[in-house]
Design a protein around this ligand. Structure first.
Ligand code: ZN
Length: 389
């Protein structure tokens, strides 16, 4: 058994300990100490990082009551100095304690119970035993406000073992999983928990509810952030917003409207461009049809090649249209529906063999692309096959 120093003092970051045994976890060296300030992954809280005798602690896991420090290199036996990465630990303390206060607030305000908690590198979530229909904007903001009120009252946090007698008098928010440890904020929350918590609620800083979504049947997943992560998120999002403001040339508050307008305009322009291209194809087809069948032509764009091939076929001729765009040759072959002669897919296959490309279609319409170097040769061969019929 490892003496877990973080339970008595979650602020302890430097300690000395004796290496009790050396092990191996999934091919990586690991050490068991007689005492440790490193928190092993559990209860929704990720493991600490840091160093042991200069070796990097890359993971910390609990195994049969012992704390296994997984290392980037093997340790010698004897006395070692441990250093816990405080920035990461304090982030976890803020998120984890913030979760307790937020879960208690959801229970108080909405009678919604927390069924699980996840603390990720970026996102923190709780799953609530509550339908998403009850979690509208107003409900989320009222739970968030209630949770922040308990943060800003800067209440003392007690985290210790409670005997059965003492525990029976506590309004526990959930059943104990293991051990007698309870994290208590008088009048706010009492939860069995083995995680690391700050000594006052104020250290959580702030709690922001970022959104809620339906999760399984009758459940909801709520995403939130606490403390330093709130600041980080704000800075990150301000950078995204200023990038978008610059691109759309408007104030940040006008972005939703400006973005909507930009998308609407783009859709309208695309429709206009498609209509104009069709009109152009119709005119070109009329012009080209005077040369008889097949019509062989090179145009500027792949999209125009497609509509032109269709327009030529509609006028009763076989169309062998090509376009070179972005360094690729695009071929569109079309014939009047059900016409006699070689199928366009067969014809295209022969041309693509010349171009070393890929494509497909049916006997009436086929398209593909390949290397433009031998495009004229490929078109001439296809024309010869249609003419030879
Ligand atoms: Zn907890």
């Amino acid at each position: 058994m490892t003496d877990r120093l973080y339970l008595r003092d979650p602020y302890l970051t430097r300690f000395s300990a004796r290496v009790v045994s050396l092990a191996d976890l999934a091919g990586r060296p690991a050490a068991v100490l007689d005492r440790s300030a490193f928190y092993p992954e559990g209860g929704g809280q990720p493991a600490d990082r840091g160093t042991l005798a200069g070796a990097a602690v890359v993971d910390v896991q609990e195994k049969d009551g012992a704390v296994l420090h997984v290392l980037d290199r093997p340790l010698p036996t004897g006395e070692v100095e441990g250093v816990v990465d405080w920035q990461r630990r304090f982030d976890h303390m803020q998120q984890h304690h913030g979760q307790h206060l937020l879960s208690a607030a959801f229970e108080r305000v909405l009678e919604a119970q927390t069924t699980s908690f996840h603390l990720g590198e970026r996102a923190c979530t709780i799953d609530l035993d509550c339908s998403i229909s009850r979690l509208d904007e107003a409900a989320l903001r009222s739970a968030e406000a209630a949770a922040n009120e308990t943060v800003w009252r800067d209440l003392p946090v007690v985290a210790r073992d409670f005997g059965p007698e003492e525990r029976s008098r506590l309004p526990l928010r959930k059943e104990p999983v293991k051990g007698d440890r309870v994290v208590l904020v008088e009048g706010v929350d009492a939860s069995p928990c083995g995680g690391t918590h700050p000594s006052r609620t104020g250290e959580v800083g702030a709690i922001a509810v970022l959104g809620a979504q339906k999760w399984g049947s009758g459940k909801a997943r709520v995403e939130f952030a606490c403390g330093g992560r709130v600041v980080k998120l704000l800075v990150e999002q301000a950078r995204w917003l200023s990038g978008a403001s610059e691109a759309l040339k408007c104030a940040a508050r006008d972005l939703p409207e400006a973005a909507r307008r930009a998308v609407e305009e783009a859709v309208a322009r695309r429709k206009t461009a498609e209509a104009l291209e069709k009109e152009l194809a119709r005119l070109r087809a009329a012009e080209l049809a005077t040369n008889g069948s097949p019509v062989v032509a090179r145009v500027e764009r792949a999209s125009l090649a497609r509509v032109l091939a269709a327009a030529v076929a509609e006028r009763g001729a076989v169309a062998l249209i090509a376009a070179v765009e972005d360094g690729r040759a695009h071929l569109c072959f079309a014939r009047p529906r059900g016409a006699a002669g070689p199928g366009m897919n067969e014809l295209l296959k022969g041309s693509l063999e010349v171009l070393g490309g890929k494509g497909g279609g049916n006997p009436d319409f086929a398209q593909g692309s390949g290397d433009p170097a031998r495009l004229d040769e490929a078109l001439a061969a296809a024309r010869a096959r249609v003419a030879a019929r």
